[in-house]
Design a protein around this ligand. Structure first.
Ligand SMILES: Nc1ncnc2c1ncn2[C@@H]1O[C@H](COP(=O)(O)OP(=O)(O)OP(=O)(O)O)[C@@H](O)[C@H]1O
Length: 262
């Protein structure tokens, strides 16, 4: 993986720079000294089995939790010290469903547009354009309750893009969806990298969501066990495929210890 380091905020900075981040819930260590960077306009898969620490990392990046050990920078802006500047550049789709089911698609989106200071006229145009991008054209007046799980996810993706972020984070965005909806949403997000030039961090435990050209960051029990381009991770782990590499990298012995050192 390309590792971009800069001394301060700016366009040349990494889209996301996670440096030496640890987090504990009481005595439970959920993340342990995790460091990686993602470059702008790349699709990076954050891979980890249940409990690997993906959601904890997203909670720190989105400043739901304060980062007490290590630092997180978004385009050079420190999430703890300049959270407004940092978070303005990021859109987030959380694992849990967050649409208000009693509101229409437009009402759900325009509420968030106003939170971002987008006026009503601009919001209307932006919403129409985003519904096209997420393959839900003209669905402004549908009640959220009437949408399928996959369609709701698409609206949540549109909502995360309202303020034109340069980095999009998605936490298990396809969980609970059928195989066709999963593939469709993944294709939509991959296209966004090309057409909108945004960087994406896609968290999943599903190895079939990884493609050969992707970058991957692999977490196991809160530790980073691999990072880089798929081909590099496959080679360094001595595996024959990314599926095989993930299986080896995620392996835990009977005593609950990791079998392969990072
Ligand atoms: N609020 C909490 N209190 C205590 N422990 C927690 C809390 N949230 C997460 N953990 C623990 O921290 C570890 C990492 O959990 P996390 O949810 O970040 O992993 P994950 O990779 O997102 O898994 P999943 O895919 O199941 O959501 C797990 O051992 C989990 O049990």
């Amino acid at each position: 993986m390309q590792h971009v380091r800069t001394s301060g905020p700016g366009d040349q900075a990494a889209a996301l720079d996670v440096a030496g981040v640890s987090h504990s819930y009481g005595s439970k260590r959920a993340l342990n000294d995790v460091s990686f960077s993602i470059a702008p306009t790349t699709f990076t898969v954050l891979l980890g089995l249940n409990g690997a620490g993906k959601t904890t990392l997203f909670s720190l990046i989105s400043h739901l939790y304060d980062t007490r050990r290590g630092s997180i920078r978004i385009f050079g802006h420190d999430v703890s010290r300049a959270s407004g500047e940092a978070l303005r550049r990021v859109g987030i789709v959380f694992q849990a469903r967050t649409l208000d089911l009693d509101l229409s698609v437009h009402q759900n989106l325009s509420y968030h547009a106003s939170l971002h200071g987008i006026g009503a006229g601009e919001a209307r145009q932006r919403i129409a354009a985003l519904l096209d991008i997420v393959d839900m054209p003209g669905r402004q007046h549908d009640k959220a309750r009437s949408l399928s799980g996959g369609q709701m996810r698409r609206i949540e993706i549109a909502r995360a893009l309202l303020h034109r972020p340069s980095l999009l984070l998605l936490d298990e965005a396809t969980v609970g969806l059928d195989i066709q909806s999963r593939a469709g949403i993944l294709a939509t997000i991959r296209k966004l990298v090309e057409t909108e030039g945004i960087g994406v961090l896609w968290a999943t435990h599903l190895i079939d969501e990884v493609e050969d050209g992707d970058h991957v960051v692999v977490l196991r029990q809160g530790g980073l066990v691999a990072k880089g381009k798929v081909a590099d991770v496959v080679r360094t782990s001595g595996a024959g495929s990314i599926r095989d590499a993930f299986s080896r990298l995620s392996r835990i012995d009977a005593a609950g210890n990791a079998e392969i050192s990072p």
